[in-house]
Structures are given as structure tokens and as C-alpha cells.
Ligand binder design. Structure first.
Ligand SMILES: Nc1ncnc2c1ncn2[C@@H]1O[C@H](COP(=O)(O)OP(=O)(O)O)[C@@H](O)[C@H]1O
Ligand SMILES: [Mg+2]
Length: 311
């Protein structure tokens, strides 16, 4: 077995789509390293190039230039072996409507040359919650069930890495969290996971490393914790006993008063909350309750994407 640190290592990848009248730079000098064993988020607005990259990994789209290794295997040198290392759950629900989940997984296992006694069709269907539907035609399955069937299909050959392109699109909230728990479980057993998602809250919950891309280029690549620290503005709100005129010292914190609530913003890297509380105390401004708010990944994402020339 090849030893490797990164499940995906991509350097200077370029992909240009030639349309009738124009060229689209879907990926431009694109670089990414995805650590073995991690859950990595690939985030970006629509048209950023996420699916293009995933399709290149799966051999569905040919890159123009650049080098890519999957689990230590250069895809230009041994595409077949590289393909064995990953399971991809595509963005589109492309399932033949007249196959049953059972038939679909058996067919896929056959394609990967897995002998009948080594197949885990029922076990995998059970894990994604589709055992009951194993003999139903795919066309009778809901969107969420089809998505889970695609996850099952991607796992048939026991890949070292699972890649999910917008896996929770169209999956209802309850099943979504079941799907995530299953994915966390797979990751805990050693499978590297990469996912693209529009649900930033989900990426924030799951991913240890995040790459944000826009217009085919990486605009930020960091640990989730570092990304969350990009915005150092914190907000604090106080439920005041009575409303009084605010002292001048508070104006630097952009104060807002609504009903009995005073809201202040401050830079947590420069000012401690204690200092603000002391100002309130020394001005006899009493409060009943206090709440603080950190920025979330959504704020960071919006800030990065808008400073990259978008609205
Ligand atoms: N097969 C294709 N032919 C032409 N253009 C394409 C094709 N696939 C993707 N594109 C273009 O490449 C860009 C990136 O698309 P895509 O990778 O699907 O983005 P994302 O998955 O981040 O939404 C978009 O401008 C898209 O229109
Ligand atoms: Mg996409």
C-alpha cells in the first residue's frame, strides 16, 4: 500500500471549458491538499468550480494542466488505481429509475470486480437506511433516499476516501443529520471525507479544514478555527434595567439601543469584555442579563467572497 500524507494533492490545476462564444476558466492555478483522515470542506458560491474539480478527480472531466495525486497515486500515471481509492457521490441524482438499490449496488460491485462473497450490499444499504427499500425501483424513492443510495453506491468498493458533492441538497432535516452521523462514523473508521456544501452551518459543524474557492481560484485555505478567527469583531448585548444617556466612552463600540437592549461591537483581539463592563459599572448602568456573539462561518464566507469582487 502506498504511504501518503494527503489523500488529495493538487498542484496548479487549470481547466478551461470552451463554450460556443467564450471560454470559461473553471479552475485557475488551483491548489489543494486534503489531509488523510480529515473531513475537508470545499466551499464556494455557485459556479466556483467545485464540481469541476470533483469531476476531474473522478475522471469525468479532463484537466488542461496541473498534477493531481489521489491517495499517493498520480492520476495521469495510473487513473484506474486512483479511481479505486475514492468513492464519489455526484451532485446530480443520476440513477437509472428501473434499478432497485440492491441491483444497483450489485452492479457497481461487479464493475469493481468484487467477488460475490465479499460484497456487503445489505450491510451498506442498512447503514444508509435503505434496507427496507432494497427491492423497490429507484424511481419510487424520494430525493433524500436517492441521495443516500448514491452514498451507498460510492462505498461499495470500500474506498480510502469519500467525496460528496452537495450531499444534503434535497435531503430533509431529520435524514440530513442521520446522513451526517453516518459520514462522521465512516470518517472515524479512517476514511478521509471531502464535501462541498451550501450549508455553511454544516461545514462549520463537521469540517476540520476548509478551502474556500471562487471563480476557479482558492481564496482561503485554513483550519476551521483560524477561519472563524478572521473576523475578530464580537458583539455583546445587555438587557438594561433602565435606559440612560450613554457615556461618551461607549461610542467607540457603535452602540445600538432597542427597547431595553444595548448592543455593542468590539474587537476581541484589542479589547476585553471586562473593560466594557467596567465602563457600564462606573457609569451606574445596571443590566439584568448579558449575551455575547461570535462570528460564524457564514460571516467569514460572506466577507471573503465579497472582498473577492462579488456582491
Ligand atoms: N461541461 C461544462 N461545459 C461548459 N462549462 C461548464 C461545464 N461544467 C461547468 N462549467 C462552467 O464552469 C464553471 C464552474 O462550474 P462548477 O464546477 O459546476 O461550479 P460549482 O460546482 O462550484 O457550482 C461555471 O462557470 C460553469 O458554468
Ligand atoms: Mg457544483
Amino acid at each position: 500500500m502506498t504511504d501518503y500524507i494527503y489523500s488529495i494533492e493538487a498542484k496548479n490545476v487549470n481547466k478551461i471549458f470552451n463554450r460556443k462564444n467564450n471560454k470559461v476558466n473553471a479552475l485557475e492555478n488551483f491548489n489543494i491538499n486534503i489531509k488523510k483522515g480529515s473531513i475537508h470542506g470545499l466551499l464556494g458560491p455557485n459556479g466556483a468550480g467545485k464540481s469541476t474539480f470533483i469531476n476531474i478527480l473522478g475522471g469525468l472531466v479532463k484537466k488542461n494542466t496541473g498534477t493531481i495525486s489521489i491517495c499517493g497515486i498520480n492520476i495521469d500515471k495510473n487513473q484506474k488505481l486512483a479511481k479505486f481509492k475514492i468513492g464519489i457521490v455526484p451532485q446530480e441524482l443520476n440513477i437509472d429509475p428501473f434499478f432497485t438499490p440492491c441491483e444497483l449496488l450489485e452492479l457497481q460491485a461487479g464493475l469493481y470486480g468484487i467477488s460475490k462473497q465479499n460484497r456487503k450490499t445489505e450491510e451498506i444499504l442498512n447503514n444508509v437506511g435503505l434496507l427496507e427499500q432494497k427491492n423497490s425501483y429507484a424511481r419510487t424513492l424520494s430525493g433524500g433516499m436517492r441521495r443516500r443510495l448514491l452514498v451507498a453506491k460510492a462505498l461499495v468498493h470500500d474506498p480510502e476516501m469519500l467525496i460528496l458533492d452537495e450531499p444534503t441538497a434535497g435531503v430533509d432535516v431529520e435524514l440530513r443529520s442521520a446522513l451526517w452521523n453516518y459520514i462522521i462514523d465512516i470518517n472515524n473508521k479512517g476514511t478521509t471525507v471531502c464535501l462541498t456544501t451550501h450549508y455553511l452551518e454544516e461545514a462549520e459543524k463537521l469540517c476540520e479544514n476548509i478551502t474556500i474557492i471562487d471563480k476557479g481560484q482558492v481564496i482561503k485555505d485554513d483550519t476551521k478555527l483560524n477561519l472563524l478567527n478572521i473576523i475578530s469583531t464580537k458583539t455583546v448585548s445587555f438587557d438594561l434595567e433602565t435606559i440612560k444617556e450613554l457615556p461618551n466612552e461607549l461610542f467607540q463600540f457603535n452602540p445600538k439601543i432597542e427597547k431595553n437592549k444595548l448592543t455593542l461591537s468590539y474587537d476581541k483581539s484589542k479589547i476585553s469584555l471586562n473593560k466594557i463592563i467596567n465602563i457600564l459599572n462606573s457609569n451606574n448602568i445596571n443590566f439584568l442579563e448579558m449575551n455575547t456573539y461570535e462570528s460564524n462561518l457564514e460571516n467569514v464566507f460572506t466577507k471573503l467572497i465579497s472582498s473577492n469582487g462579488n456582491n
